[in-house]
Ligand binder design. Sequence first.
Ligand SMILES: [Zn+2]
Length: 395
Amino acid sequence: MKRTGIIAIILCAVLLCGCNNEQNSVDSGYVDVSDFVSEYENELENKDETDSNMFPLAEYDDKAVAVMSLNFSANGKYLYCMRDTNIRINGESGEVRMLCSKAGCAHKSDSPDCSAHKRMSGGLSAPEGYYYTLGNQLCLYDGETHKVLFENNFCTDFDKEMNEDNPYTLGEMVYCGGKLYVFGLSHYFIYDISNGTTSDPAVFIDRDIIMSVDTNGENIYYCTQLSNELYVYNIATKESKKICGNSPALDYKNGGLYYVQYENGVPMLYMADEDGNSPKKIIEDCYVNFCITDDCIYYQNYADPAGGAFMCKIDGSDPQKIEFPQKVITENDVDIVSKKDDKDLLYIISSSAADKAYIICSGSKTTGSDVTPVEIIFALDKGSAECRLIAETER
Ligand SMILES: [Zn+2]
């Protein structure tokens, strides 16, 4: 199966799944958040930057929606991994913390009301907590409670065709300029964080579903899942312009639209201006898990025999290979060796709000003759190709 095919299936599952989850009930689509805003302001005053806060003073994760970063959010000095178990990893020390503050909770998968096991994928981290969608709801986990901010009651005929059981499902979101752009199957809302209001729904995509999306506040950039095309949608004029076909992933950063376009089965990374004009090919063989930071681009290259990871400048120049170190710990005279697996698919995660970039992949831990599979997390200072193995977690 082509790699693009695999991705399409994964993302489709994510979008079409958000449907059978439990529903909290709210009486109307709009929720009064004034209490919450003042509560949040009080909280901010009392917050410090120590590890005791689950979401310490930080910024908003500005990541694009892309299949390889759906369940991760990098912010401040932490990486948030929101999957079967929701955890936070300290990028310096590697300390792993469960995202649950319930007193006496064992944080097991069957622990009642354990937030570490609540589905919170597809969201993003922010100073006030973790935004995520659940069914047709936009929610915020502030480290203690889960608040429903908005409930979607809008859908198109196409949404009904695609997801008969719950056409109101919300999927992913992106952050820009104090607002969350929250995407349903073929429409979106703008949620204003400062006052908790939500815009009218706008349909921006014609009989298709998004695969990757980002915004600069004026345009919405999106790749479609069924037709595999890249568009720029102007929010003011409500018009979409097709940029190219065979494009499964994009990222907008600092005036540049970065996107992957397949040519004869090989993925190329292009950079265009914010209207999608003047595209320039900047990396050959750049898989969809590329990550644009403010300083550089991290990407995986399958033309490399080891499927290695690279870092290059923001214009694609000066590529440097990233070497993945092993970690050896000696306990009771036994060496415990953690290392990355070969040819593994890499999750490469960062954001403007994070002080590091992270590479997450499968690996193994060897204790004497005993080998256990683990997931390995590497951290890189942004702009650097030097990486450190900071944590291993069970897989
Ligand atoms: Zn728990």
